[in-house]
Design a protein around this ligand. Structure first.
Ligand code: MRU
Length: 343
């Protein structure tokens, strides 16, 4: 099952707000459709948002009625700004948009019809490269997973969150495929339940043994010696190795440190933001209060209650045992190891 697919009428997205109750694809045929799908989290997960945005820009190009390059380029830049204003934390969104805009600007000698083709090809390339990067992350990361390991993960960093295969779940998938007989514990991941709705579903589909727990149970399992390692994805990694990921990730990292359990982050290079010295400068998205006060439309808190709903947190680099990238396994000091993968 693919998270997204290109077809003649546009971009087909598996609507992740409906999973696991309903498996339904929606068709995005305009930039506005893609903007809406990202904002409402029909497509979510840092790499998947990036790929969807690239296709959004390609859709903007394909539907453009501009004849000259100047007005065509203006239209694409406006579309880029619309897509860039959807979700602030995952840097993959801006990475993919910048890559598309670089292609636009470095082909200024091409006519509009040819440019439409070039931009669509670039979006296809971003999708394929993302899947390949995840497979490489999987094969590097699986070396860190001992046979029989009991692995905790948080949120969904799987095929659903990427072009395919997944980052943290890519590591888990690769370890499973190599016959390591692992077991996964999935945090449910309130408020939007990406662990319960998506990770549990995705692993079940692939027959990877998974046990669902609520977020508050992780410490108890660790203390009982039931968790051997934790692996999570990332939305943005700063130059010093600080990691933004789904709210609750920091708590898991602190618990791992307390219990002497390795805590791994798995992410492609499109998630690394060398422009930010540390995690303090990462913008943390705050989402609507209803995500906390209601579950599947059912109100669970008193009317009018004050709510705080940050969607991500920052895990300081000192709590991270290793960062698994498509270019290899990085160890502290991350300032050095991250810089080295870009030379
Ligand atoms: O708000 P979401 O569901 O987009 O958040 C997703 C996460 O935090 C993932 O762990 C992260 O994007 C990595 S996905 C490979």
């Amino acid at each position: 099952m693919n998270t997204m697919e290109w077809h003649d009428a546009g971009l087909l997205l598996l609507d992740q707000t409906l999973l696991p109750i309903e498996v339904k694809y929606i068709n995005c045929s305009t930039v506005e459709d893609v903007v809406e799908a990202i904002k409402t989290m029909k497509v979510r997960g840092a790499p998947a948002i990036g790929v969807a945005a690239a296709y959004g820009l390609a859709l903007g190009a394909l539907h453009s009625e501009s004849i000259d390059r100047m007005s065509f380029d203006n239209e694409i830049e406006v579309a880029g700004r619309m897509l860039g204003a959807t979700r602030p934390t995952a840097v993959n969104l801006f990475w993919a948009l910048n890559r598309m805009l670089d292609v636009l600007h470095s082909n200024c000698d091409k006519g509009v019809p040819e440019m439409k083709r070039i931009l669509l090809d670039e979006a296809h390339r971003i999708l394929l490269e993302d899947i390949e990067m995840n497979q490489r992350i999987g094969s590097f990361g699986s070396q860190l997973v001992p046979p029989g390991a009991r692995v905790l993960t948080h949120c969904n960093a799987g095929a659903l969150a990427t072009g395919g295969y997944g980052t943290a779940l890519g590591v888990i998938r690769a370890a499973h495929e190599s016959g390591k007989q692992i077991q996964v514990f999935a945090d449910e991941t309130r408020p939007l339940l990406q662990g319960a709705r998506l990770t549990a579903w995705e692993l079940q589909q692939d027959n990877i043994p998974v046990t669902l727990i609520t977020d508050s149970m992780a410490g108890y399992l660790m203390r009982k010696g039931i968790i051997d390692l934790a692996v999570v994805g990332a939305d943005r990694i700063a130059a010093n190795g600080d990691v933004a990921n789904k709210i609750g990730t920091y708590t898991v990292a602190v618990l791992c440190r307390e219990h002497g359990i390795p805590f791994y982050v798995a992410a492609p290079i499109s998630t690394i933001d060398m422009n930010l010295d540390n995690g303090d400068d990462i913008v943390i998205e705050e989402r609507e209060t209803v995500e906390v006060t209601a579950v599947f439309g059912q109100q669970i808190a008193p009317q009018g209650i004050k709510v705080f709903n940050p969607a991500f947190d920052i895990t300081p680099h000192r709590l991270i045992t290793a960062i698994i990238t498509d270019r290899g396994i990085l160890r502290p000091p991350y300032k050095e190891s991250l810089k080295n993968i870009f030379v």
